[in-house]
Design a protein around this ligand. Structure first.
Ligand code: ZN
Length: 227
C-alpha cells in the first residue's frame, strides 16, 4: 500500500456484464462476480486507443498512454452496489435449516471459535472471501461461428452481472485524461453486453470497498449465485 490518494470510480451498467472467468463449455456460461481491475484498465485503454491509435513508438501521445496505464494509476476492482465481502474469519452454519441457522454467524477474529451451529448442532463453514448479494441476469444467446454469424439452433445461457446497476471501486493515482465521463465496454465490446458509463472522481476520497482477502491482492472468482 502506498500513500498515493485513491479516487472513487462509478460505472453505470446499461447492459449486462459478462466478465470473463475460466473458459466454460456447456450450456451455462457464468460471469465473475465482480469486475477485476485488469478488465477496467483494459476497457479504458481500448477507449484511448480508439481515440489516439495504438501507443506504438511513432505515436506522439505514447507517453500519455504509458503514464496512465502502466505507470501512474493502479486500477482496482469494481463491485456491484449491494454486494458484501464475507471475511475469511466469518463462521456460519454450513447447511442452514432454520431462520436461526441463517441469521447466525460469528467472527473468529474476535469471538471464540465454534465448531457446531448452536441452532441445529451441525457443522459450520468459514468464509472464503466470497461476495454475497451479487445480482445477475440470465439470458439466452446465440452461438456465433468464426465469422460472427449466429449458428443455427445453437443457443447457450449466460449469467451476466445485472444491468441498471452501479459498480464502484477506486483508482490509486489519477491522470487528467481520466477526468472525462466516458462510455466503455466491460468484458469486451459486443452489441448486447458490457456497455457502461464511467465517472472517476477528480478529488481523492476514501471509498468504502473491501480490500482483497488474499495476500497477493488478487480476487477469487466464485461463481455468482443463481438469479
Ligand atoms: Zn444450523
Amino acid at each position: 500500500m502506498s500513500d498515493t490518494p485513491a479516487h472513487g470510480i462509478q460505472a453505470e451498467a446499461h447492459q449486462g456484464l459478462a466478465i470473463g472467468g475460466p473458459a466454460e463449455v456447456g450450456f451455462d456460461k457464468r460471469s465473475l462476480d465482480h469486475v477485476p481491475g485488469s478488465t477496467l484498465r483494459g476497457a479504458l485503454a481500448s477507449v484511448w486507443v480508439r481515440d489516439h491509435g495504438p501507443p506504438t513508438a511513432g505515436n506522439p501521445r505514447r507517453d500519455e498512454f504509458i503514464d496512465i496505464f502502466e505507470r501512474t494509476v493502479r486500477f482496482g476492482p469494481l463491485f456491484q452496489d449491494g454486494t458484501a465481502l464475507v471475511p475469511l474469519s466469518a463462521v456460519f452454519c454450513k447447511y442452514p435449516r432454520t431462520a436461526g441457522c441463517r441469521s447466525w454467524s460469528i467472527d473468529a477474529a474476535v469471538d471464540p471459535g465454534a465448531h457446531l451451529c448452536p441452532h441445529c448442532g451441525q457443522g459450520v463453514e468459514t468464509g472464503k472471501g466470497q461476495l454475497t448479494g451479487v445480482r445477475t441476469q440470465r439470458t439466452l444467446r446465440a452461438g456465433l461461428d468464426e465469422r460472427g454469424v449466429p449458428k443455427d439452433g445453437y443457443l447457450f445461457a449466460r449469467h451476466e452481472l445485472s444491468r441498471g446497476t452501479t459498480y464502484r471501486g477506486r483508482l490509486v493515482g489519477h491522470h487528467p485524461w481520466l477526468a472525462e465521463e466516458r462510455t466503455i465496454w466491460l468484458g469486451g465490446k459486443t452489441s448486447t453486453n458490457g456497455m457502461a458509463t464511467v465517472r472517476i472522481d477528480t478529488e481523492p476520497a476514501p471509498v468504502p470497498v473491501p480490500d482483497s482477502p488474499r495476500e497477493d491482492g488478487r480476487w477469487s472468482s466464485g461463481a455468482p449465485a443463481p438469479p
